[in-house]
Write a protein of this length. Structure first.
Length: 412
């Protein structure tokens, strides 16, 4: 752990005091009053998030129906029995290798999440962080519009006393690194394809309807992620006094002030990571390893179905297909990205290689199903160990004392 990787009690106390306004009589609030204010702010924020999640949930359900209908229409253009035959002919040894590779990525996800929390001044062991990531990702497969993210914030709040603002801030840091890493992998694979005279097929893919949509969404998400990253790092190193200015504007509006306090604590936690170069490098390196393993999983699945591609071509095309597929499913238009990932993956593989549509679609389906299967199996076990249900979310409960073990309370 780097020196200064955690904020001292004095630093954290000072930040909390700046984020909580004075009481009605002008005196500074006590620690108890600050705690009550934070809890009230969190409860109000939870109610607003619940309404937003409900709306996003309806949109995601509707999007899932539309995407699945489009997938059914696409399947009608292919021989479904051929696709099923391709899946059944996959090499079980390569599929087993793909499962192992993807499973190995999960402890690394937990390590990365632990490091993100540590940069914000909150401790957790890697095992518990991995369990929290597993639980939230499993909930995201079951709950629309990534509302399962609230499960992770709830787990960290009740078991490690991590404020909800820090819980959601650490998730945001993780997502930005995910998107930037995927975009970087997509850029590298595209550059390799251009250097190896595959620019022609790449242009054909980009001009096709499905390929153009996937590439366009991937490009927009990549640029937006880069812009957010630059904005966060720049603002973290600037002393603009925006928080004080906003507080002065809403000081006569208690409800707005509560929401502003929560937002400022969220932003401060994100910026705390951006101020630590070593933390940025470490989390970035861990993200690169995580997504490299994700790509290797897809490449092994594609190889298991049999093809005549060389290793370099298989790796570059697989990297681009996985990257664009994951960037395309960032938009919460379907549950778990089902349909969006397969469409983008298939369009790129068919456009860039001699692999047929049925084989490419079979690879996309198996790859996505394999990854979701590992997530569900691991996540179900973690949810059971944590004593959660998928309906758990950010509600007020008494935090358990941190022991460094996911078992909770220490022996008396």
């Amino acid at each position: 752990m780097e020196n200064g990787g955690e904020r001292t009690g004095g630093e954290r106390s000072g930040q909390d005091e700046r984020s909580i306004p004075p009481t009605a009589d002008g005196r500074s609030p006590s620690r108890t009053e600050r705690t009550e204010s934070e809890r009230e702010s969190e409860c109000r924020g939870s109610s607003n998030r619940s309404l937003a999640d409900c709306t996003r949930g309806r949109l995601a359900i509707a999007g899932t129906v539309v995407v699945l209908l489009a997938l059914v229409v696409a399947l009608r253009e292919l021989d479904v029995r051929t696709v099923v035959g391709e899946v059944s002919s996959a090499d079980p040894r390569l599929l087993a290798g793909a499962i192992v590779v993807y499973a190995v990525s999960w402890p690394l996800r937990g390590l990365r999440y632990r490091d993100a929390l540590a940069a914000m001044g909150h401790r957790s062991d890697t095992t518990f962080a991995t369990m929290a990531v597993f639980a939230s990702q499993t909930a995201n497969l079951a709950i629309p519009a990534r509302a399962g993210d609230a499960v992770r914030a709830h787990v960290m709040r009740t078991n490690r006393d991590v404020p909800y603002t820090a819980g959601f801030a650490s998730l945001s840091v993780e997502r930005v690194f995910d998107l930037l890493t995927i975009a970087a992998l997509a850029g590298l694979s595209t550059a390799w394809l251009v250097l190896t005279d595959a620019a022609g097929p790449l242009a054909v893919v980009a001009s096709a309807d499905r390929g153009r949509t996937a590439v366009l969404v991937a490009a927009v998400v990549s640029l937006a992620s880069a812009g957010i990253g630059v904005a966060v790092v720049t603002s973290a190193r600037a002393d603009h006094g925006l928080g004080a200015w906003l507080h002065a504007r809403v000081e006569n509006w208690p409800r707005l002030e509560w929401g502003l306090d929560a937002m400022l604590r969220f932003v401060e936690d994100v910026q705390e990571v951006a101020r630590r170069p070593r933390a940025l490098v470490r989390i970035g390196a861990e993200s690169l390893v995580v997504w490299s393993l994700d790509v290797c999983t897809a490449v092994l699945v594609l190889a298991s179905l049999g093809n005549d591609l060389g290793f370099a071509s298989l790796l570059s095309v697989g990297t681009l297909a996985v990257s664009v597929g994951n960037l395309a499913k960032v938009l919460p238009l379907s549950q778990g990205g089902v349909g969006l990932y397969e469409a983008a993956f298939t369009a790129l593989v068919v456009g860039l290689t001699p692999i047929g549509p049925s084989t490419a679609l079979a690879a996309a389906i198996v790859d996505h199903a394999l990854k979701n299967g590992v997530t569900l199996i691991g996540g179900t076990g973690c949810i059971a160990a944590l004593g959660l249900s998928l309906s758990d979310g950010p509600k007020e409960s008494k935090p358990r004392r941190q022991t460094g073990s996911f078992l909770g309370w220490p022996k008396r």
